[in-house]
Design a protein around this ligand. Structure first.
Ligand code: SF4
Ligand code: SF4
Length: 344
């Protein structure tokens, strides 16, 4: 069912929803950007529709609502421990189609990965509903169309922002009562059909080709460019790696909390093993690993989609201007070279 709400009606709707839900959306944080006098847009709780940033892609992804950069998972003393509390209210997240597709990958990794289920993610996810923000133009780092992530169906409601207010399309019966008495309208949700550029997705025919691609000289430039800061994976809507850290409250090391903290395969030492062994010891090794994971390994394992949804946040956040779509295109060009060499 479709509804049209002006700004005043939307704020009243948010007041009604707030009794049941915590509402999260991309929000502007003034002067907290990378450069002086620049803002940052990231996910946070909102109370009015005015706080939602519609005209800019968030610098960080919606995954931070369910898996914050750092979160306590349990508290301990010498003799006992207590799990951190689950959220009391349900969660409503405003996000774009690529981000909803990204959550499909998050769900797979956290909820159904080799028979293991992450209870900390599960308790958040069970309470979460999505509100799709219509996205028809994208931004200069987006390549969702090439990744097939420009459309999404798994949402409770969809919205279009207009000068007069917000158009709503409500699918979820749980949300419907909040719209009783609102003006009904027919409108059609639209999706972006073409980004500003396309990427050529690499098709790796067999293990022999994969081995040749891993050794290809294309990766070497990243030894000079990548500084292994991990900004790309922190911003990535599909990266899920984390580590744990213990925080001790005082001199007594037996009382404190264990926190889950985002980790990054791009940082040196991520793969460190006992005895000082490591597998990806250079920036080029680590970039190659991330790129293959996003556009080959994940799909090879699960059989349906590539992990990357083309949100472009990794490229936008990289301090060395390393473009992920450029890496993907270089992989495709390298594979053509490898095929031509093999056919000689
Ligand atoms: S690899 Fe880059 S473009 Fe792909 S999902 Fe992650 S941040 Fe988005
Ligand atoms: S690719 Fe860019 S953002 Fe990622 S680790 Fe390297 S320098 Fe940092």
């Amino acid at each position: 069912m479709g509804y049209s709400l002006n700004h005043r009606e939307t704020d009243a709707l948010f007041d009604r929803l707030a009794a049941e839900y915590k509402i999260y959306a991309p929000k502007r944080f003034a002067k907290q950007g990378r450069y002086s006098d620049t803002d940052i847009v990231r996910y946070d709780e909102i109370h009015t529709a005015e706080e939602i940033v519609w005209d800019k892609k968030s610098d960080f992804s919606a995954k931070e609502v369910l898996t914050p950069v750092t979160e306590p998972i349990f508290y301990f003393t010498e003799d006992e421990y207590r799990e951190s509390g689950a959220p009391k209210k349900k969660i409503l997240i405003f996000l774009r189609p690529c981000d909803i597709n990204a959550f499909e990958h998050q769900d797979r990794i956290y909820l159904d990965n080799g028979g293991f289920c992450d209870s900390y993610y599960q308790r958040m996810r069970e309470k979460t509903r999505f509100v799709l923000m219509e996205c028809t133009e994208g931004w200069d780092t987006c390549f969702c169309c090439s990744m097939g992530a420009n459309r999404a169906e798994e949402y409770s409601a969809a919205v279009r922002h207009t000068e007069e207010g917000i158009l709503w399309s409500v699918k979820d019966e749980e949300l419907a009562p909040h719209f009783a008495g609102c003006e009904e309208v027919d409108w059609q949700l639209q999706f972006i059909e073409k980004n500003q550029f396309d990427v050529k997705i690499p098709e790796i025919a067999d293990k022999e080709t994969l081995a040749k691609l891993k050794k290809h000289p294309m990766w070497q430039e990243y030894n000079d460019r990548c500084v292994s800061c991990g900004s790309c994976t922190l911003a990535c809507s599909t990266c899920t790696c984390f580590t744990t850290r213990d925080k001790i409250y005082s001199e007594n090391a037996m009382a404190g909390e264990r926190r889950r903290v985002h980790d990054s395969c791009q940082i040196a030492g991520f793969d460190a093993m006992a005895g000082g062994h490591g597998f990806r010891t250079t920036p080029a090794d680590r970039i190659r690993y991330r790129a293959l994971h996003k556009v080959h390994d994940y799909k090879a394992r699960f059989g349906d989609y590539h992990m990357c949804v083309g949100c472009g946040r990794c490229s936008a956040r990289c301090p060395k201007f390393i473009s992920f779509p450029a890496i993907i295109n270089k992989m495709s060009a390298a594979l053509e070279e490898i095929a031509a060499e093999a056919s000689k």
